[in-house]
Design a protein around this ligand. Structure first.
Ligand SMILES: [Zn+2]
Length: 317
């Protein structure tokens, strides 16, 4: 009985165990600079007043495939492999919390997977990990900024189907653009962390944004993190049809980035970077709305393990 209890605990632990996320490459700091953190007291610190100097702190920030970019829509090549946006809800483990970030508001947590294609048309599985805000938008569309850009950050995992070594872009980031309108109603999901008195949310459906988005045209390219260390490992999908945001809710975020000396003109967007010959792809994402957990795969695994457990009980009892 003790043995079966131990095995059952191991089984449960395996089922809910942490995912193995593919790690980003270590940043390469310039000579004399061993690290770079948010602030302005040390010459190595980074902020939005010194974005032109980031490349003097971290080598990668001066590399060729940086983000954000100006998306010149007329130059994009039509893409035939679309990301399927179906965030699979698993309510029992859904749990988000506000991360402590100086340069943005960020919500972290664990969500379920999406599949996305890198620009060599290889499909990989990514899990949503966090989302955060920039205002005004970081990406431009034909030279135009928008009021807000939300980055949904998904990270690749190592599992039986894919190896981190094979995945060039460890992150897939969806950039969603928002434009202030007089008629927009507030997003419930933005409230918990735009309001400092609330720091935890337990219910959040990423499908909501895509349900509201009537035109799911995206632009896809290989780029980088837009903050230090500027790692060039991001598979970018920028959805260019803006979602509405209310004046009051936009102001709540603007107030956050107005309360710090390092946000010139109430902004936390990195200036656009040169495309440097990269190809820009265009497509329309498929969206089927909320789906259920892929129970067949999970269930068979559990059933096999439960049967094994019962057999072991027969043998030892
Ligand atoms: Zn971002």
């Amino acid at each position: 009985m003790i043995l079966s209890s131990i095995l059952l605990i191991c089984l449960i632990d395996q089922f809910v165990s942490q995912r193995t996320y593919c790690q980003l490459p270590d940043p390469i700091f310039n000579d004399g600079i061993k690290n770079s953190t948010w602030g302005d007291t040390d010459p190595s610190d980074w902020n939005y007043l010194n974005s032109d100097e980031w490349k003097s702190k971290v080598v990668t920030c001066g590399a060729s495939f940086q983000s954000p970019i100006n998306i010149v829509t007329s130059t994009a090549i039509k893409e035939n492999s679309f990301p399927a946006i179906n965030y699979i809800l698993k309510t029992s483990t859904r749990n988000y919390w506000e991360a402590q970030r100086d340069y943005t508001k960020e919500l972290e947590g664990e969500y379920d997977f999406i599949t996305a294609f890198d620009i060599s048309n290889q499909q990989y599985k990514y899990y949503a990990r966090q989302f955060h805000f920039h205002s005004p938008s970081e990406h431009q569309v034909d030279g135009k900024n928008f009021d807000l850009e939300v980055h949904f950050v998904h990270q690749a995992v190592e599992d039986g189907e894919q190896s981190c070594n094979d995945i060039r872009n460890k992150l897939t980031v969806f950039g969603l653009l928002f434009q202030q309108t007089n008629t927009a109603s507030d997003y419930e999901v933005f409230k918990p962390w735009f309001d400092d008195t609330v720091n935890k949310v337990t219910s959040f459906d990423m499908n909501d944004f895509f349900q509201k988005m009537t035109d799911k045209t995206y632009y896809h390219y290989a780029g980088s993190l837009t903050t230090i260390p500027c790692s060039q490992t991001v598979n970018w999908y920028v959805f260019t049809s803006p979602l509405p945001i209310s004046k009051s809710q936009l102001k709540q975020f603007k107030d956050f980035i107005d309360n710090d000396d390092y946000f010139p003109s109430q902004s936390n967007n990195r200036p656009i970077q040169n495309l440097n010959g990269r190809t820009l792809y265009k497509g329309t994402a498929s969206f089927n709305g909320v789906t259920s957990l892929p129970v067949i795969e999970a269930s068979w695994s559990i059933i096999i393990q439960m049967v094994s457990l019962l057999l072991i009980q027969f043998i030892f009892i």
